[in-house]
Design a protein. Structure first.
Length: 87
């Protein structure tokens, strides 16, 4: 289970510390940048061994943008799974 800590939450910004590796967050970040209305999305980590990654989203609807990005990833994985099953 992934642990998520809200570091900052305002009307137009969401900053989360995620107890997971950078791979998933980079995928979420990429999907956020593809959305209209997302002003900024970034994944940072202070130290590769001593800290957890942080994702920051600036958007008028940051929570919705995050939910949409994760939904898109799930859809993409399902499509990949269907295609792989046909091989």
């Amino acid at each position: 289970m992934v642990k998520i800590e809200v570091l900052e939450e305002t009307d137009d910004k969401l900053k989360l510390k995620v107890d997971d590796n950078m791979t998933i967050l980079n995928l979420v970040n990429e999907n956020l940048w593809e959305q209209k209305g997302v002003d900024m999305a970034a994944v940072t980590m202070e130290h590769p061994y001593l800290s957890k990654p942080v994702i920051t989203i600036k958007s008028k609807k940051a929570k919705k943008a995050l939910a949409d990005a994760t939904d898109k990833i799930i859809e993409d994985v399902k499509e990949l799974r269907r295609k792989a099953a046909k091989l």
